[in-house]
Design a protein around this ligand. Structure first.
Ligand SMILES: Nc1ncnc2c1ncn2[C@@H]1O[C@H](COP(=O)(O)OP(=O)(O)O)[C@@H](O)[C@H]1O
Ligand SMILES: [Mg+2]
Length: 512
């Protein structure tokens, strides 16, 4: 097998980072961090958004230079000034955003940037052959001749892994690799990672998901605010222990809800149907009522009409039949802008697409829907002082991690964007709030906060429709739970009386 490995490849028995410091303007992203990983080990790097995980690993991969501290490979001091240096040292990194060229084939992407001594054609045959060998060895299931644009996200990620292996990576850094994957793809990835570790690779697995870290790693290093909290063996670790290490205080994994006192009917759907993007009926004959002061949870497996439901209510998708009422007023077919002004708020599922304008700053996004209204505007003039003050208050109150209110939203993490959208939507004291997957992709600290705020909002009398694929979230927050299956509401239960098995059956479309 050695002839498969490119020249210059080295084995990494052990890699150590010692006393690593990295400063960004206003942020100490790495504060004297020690970290080590060994061949055959999957070492998880766990921490909330902004804890410094990516920064630490980017120094290992030569994308950033540390201000202080040293890196040792097999006890030998090394300097990594660029990704080329890192690759020469046997270090590979899979980024959160893939760096493949869609129009090129898998083999062409893998060959990209490699030195070619002969004609490209010949080289590609060699590359393709080796791709198949590596693919087989690590169960990557990658075909060399397919253009990358035809591949699913999980497959593209495997091409990235293959690219790194091809370049002789003995140590592979995976930065939140599961964020973009379906549960099945995650299983498949874990299988590949275990195979690589068994084969003597060292792996660094970055995540903020506790169950994943517990499932895949042998050791866990927790980072918080740029500091290493501790490194512990995975065996014996629990979600509770890890959550507390991450957040720095005990974390409520379950809430106490005061009894709900439902008020008037705020949102009523009568026999509402709508088309899906595929053109068939995505929403069928839905009757639904949400009262002030209650949270109604919509449970269901992804793709059973939840998205269409949120969109018809918020005016982003037309209905084909039925009516929707907000406090008795017929709002069917009204525009999102009008609905907004009537007191309907929306935390959209696709927050990067529907929730914010990425190029705009935090402050601009905070006043996105209200820029024409008081207190931000008088006549046609924006009151900048009000905008800045209110945005700064929100940043503080919601603990939005951003260098300033003038930072473009695109450089914030998903969790922080979600907190910004939540802050904005709740600042408007809505009558009805549609919260679609409000904590998907959000870390536990922020999740806890978002949950707390949603419960507070309910206690203030807001009618909340919580659409979530996370049954734990539905159970933790809802007063009533409805289940969607194939575009219909197939059942309703009170949370107190819920039987999880029964709920699961309804979600799977099994009716008793
Ligand atoms: N290129 C950069 N310029 C300025 N600040 C940065 C840069 N990269 C990261 N940071 C800041 O460093 C901190 C750690 O960020 P990061 O390493 O991305 O965290 P994580 O990967 O754990 O979410 C954050 O406060 C982030 O805003
Ligand atoms: Mg990161």
């Amino acid at each position: 097998m050695t002839d498969l490995l490119p020249t210059g490849h080295r084995r990494i028995h052990e890699l150590k980072m010692q006393g690593i410091v990295k400063r960004f303007p206003g942020v100490l992203a790495a504060d004297h961090v020690d970290f080590e990983v060994k061949a055959g080990e999957i070492h998880a790097l766990l921490g909330e958004n902004g804890a410094g995980k990516s920064t630490l690993m980017k120094m290992l991969y030569g994308l950033y230079q540390q201000d202080e501290g040293q890196i040792f490979i097999n006890r030998e001091h090394v300097q990594i000034r660029s990704p080329q240096d890192a690759i020469k040292q046997g270090i590979g990194m899979i980024h959160q955003h893939f760096m493949l060229i869609p129009s090129l084939t898998v083999a062409e992407n893998v060959a990209l940037g490699l030195k070619s001594s002969r004609g490209l054609r010949l080289d590609l045959d060699v590359v393709a052959k080796r791709i198949l060998e590596l693919s087989e060895r690590y169960h990557l299931q990658v075909e060399p001749d397919i253009p990358v644009w035809q591949l699913a996200v999980g497959e593209q990620q495997r091409v990235e892994i293959l690219r790194a292996l091809y370049r002789g990576a003995a140590l592979l850094i995976l930065d939140e690799p599961t964020a973009v994957l379906t549960p099945q793809e995650v299983d498949q990835l874990f299988h590949i990672l275990n195979q690589m570790a068994n084969d003597g690779h060292a792996l660094i697995f970055i995540s903020h998901k506790l169950h994943e870290v517990l499932a895949i790693s042998q050791r866990i290093t927790v980072l918080r605010d740029g500091r290493r909290v501790d490194t512990i063996p995975t065996e014996g670790a629990t979600k509770r222990i890890l959550a507390e290490m991450m957040v720095g205080r005990p974390v409520v994994l379950e809430y106490e809800r005061v009894e709900c006192k439902p008020g008037k009917e705020r949102l009523v759907l009568k026999k509402v149907s709508a088309l899906s993007n595929r053109g068939d009926l995505g929403l069928k004959n839905v009757d639904l009522t949400v009262h002030g002061g209650e949270i109604v949870g919509v449970a269901g497996v992804s793709g059973n009409g939840q998205r269409e439901l949120a969109q018809v209510i918020t005016g982003l998708r037309p209905t084909t039949e039925g009516e929707i009422f907000l406090e008795g007023q017929d709002i069917t077919g009204k525009s999102p802008v009008l609905l907004n002004s009537l007191g309907l708020s929306h935390i959209p599922q696709e927050r990067m697409i529907e929730g914010v304008i990425k190029e705009f700053t935090v402050a601009e996004n905070y006043i996105l829907q209200d820029h024409g209204r008081k207190p931000y505007a008088t006549n046609i003039f924006l009151n900048f002082r009000q905008v800045v003050t209110r945005t700064k208050d929100a940043i503080r109150a919601y603990d939005i991690r951003t260098p300033s209110h003038e930072t473009p939203v695109k450089s914030l993490s998903g969790g922080n964007i979600q907190k910004l959208v939540l802050a904005r939507e709740l600042s408007r004291s809505p009558k009805v709030l549609i919260a679609a997957q409000p904590t998907r992709g959000v870390d536990i600290g922020a999740t806890e906060y978002i949950h707390k705020r949603l419960l507070e909002e309910r206690d203030k009398g807001t009618a909340i429709l919580l659409i979530s694929e996370d049954l734990d979230e539905i159970r933790a927050l809802s007063d009533r739970i409805v289940v969607m299956y194939e575009g219909r509401i197939v059942g309703e239960v009170k949370n107190e009386n819920v039987d999880v098995n029964q709920l699961g059956m309804m979600m799977a479309g099994v009716t008793s």
